[in-house]
Design a binder for this molecule. Structure first.
Ligand code: PLP
Length: 382
């Protein structure tokens, strides 16, 4: 097919790495200390301050972070954890691996955010935690979930993989409660691979800090010891999910530019919304009514057409040199999960959206003209 819109392929996402960040990584590589050390400690402090949180622990991925949080909360066999099915598979995988039971609650069909009423309806005496997702960079309605969690004595673990920089009612995500961020390359801030656990529960953070590094009572790096003290004690068996200083140096530079990235994403997203207005086949997500700051991690649309499926729509865009993403296919429809007892719950909004959602290109270095190209290609498809 000819591509009058794009000569070059437009990826759905592209990390924005500056020369200063590359130089900072080079400095770490030349320094003689490349694993968890002073850079990681500084990144933890700077991220904690950015969010206004009490404490932060850097990890190798959000998935690893959730693993150690679930372990620290002793969530396992016999325990139920409420989560959306329209999320990344890692949450449900970890629940399955720990022998806990995922309980899927439906989402709001327009925002894709977990509905507090659906969470309430899914509660049982076995419920130990709720893991909502701040989908696409929009916060879930935290107030009712916080009240519910406090009343029932259950944990609220926020999946903030999309939400670095997101605010809920004037407060940054991460400022309160227990929150897990991802720094995977498509996320708003990247360290290559990486994540951060923020929490106002200091005992939980202390446990997480040792579980993410062999169960040792200290980090790899101890300033006083000029490295790790070889006498460090194993307090309990732990994992190996520490973030390297190579990654942290990149993260520190990215964090300084996070607000700039979000401003760019916001401009591009607003242009998409204007240009797509009045197209009945392409429905952008709805936005909640409470006060929030959108981090615009993703620009998700629903392909609501009788003539073309979402998968064909993605193929048509690809034929026009435009990449797209799929965030996400409902977890309960995946091979391993679909025949499980817990997957036999009605999730009409999840199912409807799972079949129709598609993420359009959105990244800080994208130009407004590229947004116009995408919309022109979409109009051509229809
Ligand atoms: C990316 C993502 C994760 C996992 O993050 P990793 O750092 O890759 O482990 C978890 N949840 C959601 C919603 C995500 O988008």
């Amino acid at each position: 097919m000819s591509t009058p819109w794009r000569k070059e392929f437009l990826p759905f996402s592209r990390p924005d790495i500056s020369e200063a960040e590359i130089a900072a990584v080079g400095d770490v590589l030349r320094s003689g200390w490349i694993t968890t050390g002073a850079q990681t400690a500084a990144f933890e402090n700077e991220f904690r301050d950015y969010c206004g949180s009490d404490g932060a622990v850097a990890v190798a991925s959000a998935t690893g972070g959730l693993h150690v949080v679930l372990e620290a909360l002793n969530i396992g066999p016999g325990d139920e954890v409420i989560t959306p099915s329209l999320t990344w598979v890692s949450t449900v995988n970890l629940l399955a691996l720990r022998g806990a039971t995922p309980v899927f609650a439906d989402i709001n069909s327009e925002t894709l955010l977990l509905e507090p009423a659906a969470v309430e309806a899914a509660l049982t005496p076995r419920t130990r935690a709720v893991i909502p997702v701040h989908f696409a960079g929009v916060p879930v309605d935290l107030q009712p979930l916080r009240e519910l969690a406090a009343k029932r004595g259950i944990a609220l673990i926020e999946d903030a993989a999309h939400a670095a920089g997101t605010e809920y009612c004037g407060e940054k995500i991460g400022a309160r409660g227990t929150t897990i961020f991802s720094f995977h390359p498509i996320k708003n801030l990247t360290t290559g691979e990486g994540g951060m656990i923020c929490s106002d529960d200091s005992a939980l953070l202390e446990r997480v800090r040792r579980l993410k590094f062999h169960g040792l009572g200290v980090d790899a790096f101890d300033r006083a010891a000029q490295g790790r003290s070889p006498q460090a004690e194993v307090l309990e068996p732990g994992y190996k999910y520490n973030l390297t200083d190579i990654a942290a140096a990149l993260g520190r530079g990215q964090l300084r530019r996070l607000d700039e990235f979000i401003a760019r994403r916001t401009e591009l997203a607003q242009l998409y919304r204007e240009l797509l207005e009045g197209m009945p086949e392409i429905l952008p997500l709805g936005l909640p009514e409470y006060s929030f700051r959108h981090a615009w991690h993703l620009f998700v649309v629903r392909v609501a057409s009788e003539r073309i499926t979402r998968d064909d729509f993605m193929a048509e865009l690809k034929a026009r040199n435009i990449g797209t993403g799929l965030h996400f296919r409902a977890v309960h429809s995946q091979h391993y999960y679909r025949d499980r007892e817990y997957s036999r719950v009605p999730l009409p909004h999840t199912a409807w959206n799972s079949a129709r959602i598609c993420s359009l290109p959105l990244f800080p270095a994208m130009t407004p003209d590229a947004v116009r190209d995408v919309v022109a290609a979409i109009k051509d498809i229809f």
